[in-house]
Design a protein around this ligand. Sequence first.
Ligand code: HSE
Length: 368
Amino acid sequence: MQIGLLGYGTVGKAFYALCEEQPSLTVKSLLTRRPRGLPCQEVDSFDPIRNDPEVDLVVELIGGIHPAYEYIASALRAKKHVVTANKAVVCAYYRELVDLAAKNGVCLRCTAGAGGGIPWLSSIGRIARMDSITAVEGILNGTTNYILSEMTSRNASYAELLKEAQQLGYAEADPTDDVEGYDARRKLVLSANLAFSALIKEQDIPCIGISHMTVADIAWARERGLVWKLNARAEKKEGSVTAFVCPTLFPASTPEAQSNGSANLVSLYAKRIGKQSFFGAGAGGWPTASNVLADCLDISAGASAFYSDRPTTPLSVDNNGEQKTWLFRSYGHYTVRRETAAEALEAYGAVSEADPRALLAYLPYGML
Ligand code: HSE
């Protein structure tokens, strides 16, 4: 297959190198803002790639919504397969891009968009074809996992660790997306939409990040044998989905608590196969590029338009229902309450008006 590669940043560079080892894949053209001196055709606009009948597959690694959306949509309309690591654009235009791929008889894949190097979305696609997935959840952001696990294991400040995560190439261009939970929420949307054949939108999922967390919060958890993680969860109910992204306290003995550094740990629950968990590098150039490559190889071996091609249902997010255990921290005081997610999130909104640095956390195992 002949590839038109868009972008030559951390992931683009690693993907280009990986392609050189694959006899079935050739990067014919590279869209780049500045010359790279590579033995492929380097172009500074998308048109030559779109109009080249020899390019079968466009790999979008420039990130952001625009012009990535225009390039992806235009490539699909030109009947070229598309692989992207860009969860923001696939989330924002999920229905439209999935439909465009099907209508034009080409494939769209974004496995690197959730879970970095873990074959998470591709596994959800496979499992959803033969079983009924009832929930997806986990640690889906490498930057916040790095910050929280390093805050737990050594005496370093939040600001210092965020800078380190940026230097290590884990963080998004705007790290607000990482620390406020928006990146994890996009990955949850992709996971849940694929798992439940749903059409959930980002803005429908309540999201609390880690930017309010303090050294005192870390110490409070440690004294109780608990460990902080940023967890994203979506559970299918009759006609709706419970979903939220929130700081979460796991007992120190659990696999989640022991998943440190930039690792991701994601799990799905299905009716017949039960719980399956996937652990691995959730961010970074090589792992992410490896999943991009895996998508290209799947397409070159002949794949369906989207992961499962099942009809999509417009399920709404409804956080009422089952009561769960929550921790509120306001003005340095910690309170544990049993409420539905909807009640806890509403109460947190009210608490935050008085104390803008207040924190809400989910306790999946209750208070030990
Ligand atoms: N900023 C993301 C993370 C990169 O930290 O997980 C991988 O999607």
